[in-house]
Design a protein around this ligand. Structure first.
Ligand SMILES: [Zn+2]
Length: 157
């Protein structure tokens, strides 16, 4: 009798412990989720009726990079193409365009007259502001007309 009661008690204690651990784990997971919000960047494509297009550009930041990097499309005046630069470090330029030749697509000189809806938005950390990409039409790197349109095609992290 005494032995059986003892076993039952330890059995209950064991499952009580398991249950407490499960609750602790749940709390820990939800705390982690709250502390590190998912930071998935957007994938956008750009196209112009003149034939210019740039498919599948990963913009903003990913899980590992969002504190220091906010990739954003820029017009490269030297090559008349579209490149990706870091809005949080514009002086770094892009690997395919030197910084002085780059104009980011949030610059008023490239902005659309009728922006339309927001295609992608991103809050940069440390109150560095918001990066917004509208539908367009923006200044096209190839033909120079305000007929370049962006569209959202997916996410990356
Ligand atoms: Zn064009």
């Amino acid at each position: 009798m005494g032995r059986r009661r003892e076993r039952t008690t330890s059995h209950d204690a064991f499952f009580g412990h398991v249950r407490r651990c499960a609750i602790c784990a749940l709390i820990a997971v939800s705390l982690l989720a709250a502390a590190a919000p998912a930071r998935a960047g957007d994938i956008v494509s750009a196209s112009c009726p003149c034939g210019f297009q740039r498919q599948g550009m990963p913009i903003f930041g990913g899980f590992a990079t969002y504190k220091t990097s906010c990739l954003f499309p820029a017009l490269c005046r030297a090559t008349r193409t579209m490149v990706l630069g870091n809005l949080m470090d514009p002086a770094a330029g892009a690997k395919d365009c030197p910084a002085p030749e780059m104009v980011f697509y949030n610059d008023p000189s490239l902005a659309p007259e009728h922006p339309g809806r927001v295609v992608s938005s991103w809050n940069m950390p440390d109150a560095k502001g918001q990066a917004l990409l509208y539908e367009g039409g923006y200044v096209c790197p190839a033909c120079g007309r305000r007929t370049l349109r962006f569209r959202h095609v997916g996410f990356w992290d």
